[in-house]
Write a protein that binds this ligand. Structure first.
Ligand code: 13P
Length: 259
């Protein structure tokens, strides 16, 4: 049984003061979450949020990393630096980086392997655009991104990866994929992971859904056996809505655990 995972992607939001307040509120509202929870603030707030989360069950993550350990790469942050700060996870290949910052599958792959080498869990994002879905290319696109992103990763290391399916048309739009739409793609991705690693490893890998996840749709999405949690953007910027999502994800199967 895969432990549900809910990851907050704060994107480029939050002053230090706001980040501290949000992290404190999430920590205090989720004393004993029955899901794994990771907050990914912007780089500037990582150290401050790390202090607030210290001693709690909530983990720290980052939104991006470079593929080298150190070097002349102005403005970049390496997975080793993230590990030192206590990051357990790093989001890699988010569609906003692919779209606006020219991040290619080849770069994404280097970052995935670099994160693994430093003991930071890569959370690889894949997803199709609205046009691609209309053209019937959803499976082709996500398969290409998954195979390229995980290229050269050993079957053993694949078991340390997390995948997020984030259809571009659902990100920040308020239009989420239906549970059936998401589940269909998750099942397809898990089939590919079986091929790349083994059936057993694929069964253990968590595949998150992202794209307009809110407290009022998280329950029906996370009840799908193939959906192992959520990668949350906008709704993670308010403690109460994020806590509501975690509770729904933790309740996979219908019960509603109390923290
Ligand atoms: P929204 O939840 O704001 O749609 O963003 C999803 C996302 O991009 C998470 O990485």
């Amino acid at each position: 049984m895969r432990t549900p995972l809910v990851v907050a992607n704060w994107k480029m939001h939050g002053t230090l003061g706001e980040a501290r307040a949000l992290a404190s509120a999430v920590r205090d509202g989720l004393k004993r979450p029955r899901a794994e929870v990771v907050l990914c603030p912007p780089f500037t707030a990582l150290a401050a949020v790390a202090e607030i989360l210290a001693g709690s069950t909530i983990g720290l993550g980052a939104q991006n990393c470079h593929w080298e350990t150190q070097g002349a790469f102005t403005g970049e942050v390496s997975p080793a630096m993230l590990a030192e700060l206590g990051c357990r996870l790093v989001i890699i290949g988010h569609s906003e980086r692919r779209q606006h910052l020219g991040e290619t599958d080849a770069l994404v792959n280097r970052k995935v392997r670099a994160a693994l080498a430093q003991g930071v869990t890569p959370l690889l994002c894949v997803g199709e655009s609205a046009d691609e879905r209309r053209q019937g290319l959803t499976f082709t696109v996500v398969e290409g991104q998954l195979r390229a992103g995980l290229g050269g990763v050993s079957p053993e290391d694949l078991g340390r990866c997390i995948v997020a399916y984030e259809p571009l048309w659902a990100i920040g739009t308020g239009v989420n994929a239906t549970p059936a739409q998401a589940s269909e793609v998750h099942g397809y991705l898990r089939g590919l992971l079986s091929e790349l690693a083994s059936k057993e490893t694929a069964q253990a890998i968590r595949i998150l859904y992202g794209g307009s996840v809110k407290a009022d749709n998280a329950g029906e999405l996370c009840r799908e056996p193939e959906i192992d949690g959520a990668l949350v953007g906008g709704a993670s910027l308010q403690a109460q809505s994020f806590i509501g999502i975690v509770r729904k994800a933790a309740a996979r199967g219908g019960s509603h655990p109390k923290e």
